[in-house]
Design a protein around this ligand. Structure first.
Ligand SMILES: Nc1nc2c(ncn2[C@@H]2O[C@H](COP(=O)(O)OP(=O)(O)OP(=O)(O)O)[C@@H](O)[C@H]2O)c(=O)[nH]1
Ligand SMILES: [Mg+2]
Length: 201
């Protein structure tokens, strides 16, 4: 009887909580992506106007519920001097969303270096990686194959981790659902990083 009731309680009131980092160079579109995600996945969420978003100094936090999972996002500032703070969050995270500005060919190499440094951290072993080729609305931007080619020498460091490169336009929401749904499937199925369990209040 106790088992039955406790199972029912868990089903009704507990959610598995996963922490997802949103990383990438400044101006890549991380905060825009987070706002768009909250708008799409939270009923009644009236997000801030996307045109009012300014560069992040520190971090933005956002939470969404998808099925029985609760995703808590940490959107960190991407400016060079803020990148040294990223690794403070690695040990707690269940997944990483890495945002690339597909219009910024000039800094693609810099973005690759930051990505490579990030995935080299042992604290992120086994964590799923969603790479967003953002700003696909802009004519002549880099395509997913262009980005895969530029990042190809990261493959050995990605190793067995789940990894998807997803085209995305954070500004309009294109590709956001696909990316989030993929991430949920990966973190829920990842036995290497068990979720935190939280009662819903
Ligand atoms: N055209 C286009 N512009 C975008 C898109 N996503 C974001 N932007 C623009 O890119 C700029 C930077 O967006 P942010 O979301 O602030 O970028 P960020 O990665 O959070 O930057 P930091 O906080 O400095 O690390 C803004 O002017 C956005 O409107 C997109 O999909 N398409
Ligand atoms: Mg930001």
């Amino acid at each position: 009887m106790y088992t039955l009731l406790s199972g029912l309680y868990k089903y009704m009131f507990q959610k598995d909580e996963y922490c997802i980092l949103i990383l990438g160079l400044d101006n890549a579109g991380k905060t825009t992506f987070l706002e768009q995600t909250k708008t799409k996945f939270s009923r009644n969420y009236k997000g801030m106007s996307l045109s009012k978003i300014t560069t992040t100094v520190g971090l933005n936090i956002g939470t969404i519920d998808v099925s029985n999972a609760r995703l808590m996002f940490w959107d960190l500032g991407g400016q060079e001097e803020l990148q040294s703070l990223w690794d403070k969050y690695y040990a707690e995270s269940h997944g990483v969303i890495y945002v690339i500005d597909s219009t910024d060919e000039e800094r693609l190499c810099q973005s690759k270096d930051a990505f490579e440094k990030m995935i080299s951290s042992e604290s992120l072993d086994g964590v799923p990686l969603l790479v967003l080729a953002n700003k696909q609305d802009v004519k002549n931007c880099l395509s997913v194959p262009d980005i895969k080619t530029a990042f190809s020498d990261c493959a050995p460091k990605i190793g067995q981790r789940d990894c998807l490169v997803q085209p995305c336009t954070a500004l309009t929401g294109d590709g956001v659902n696909e990316g989030i749904e993929w991430m949920v499937k990966c973190v829920v199925g990842n036995i290497h990083r068990p979720p935190r369990q939280k009662d819903i209040t």
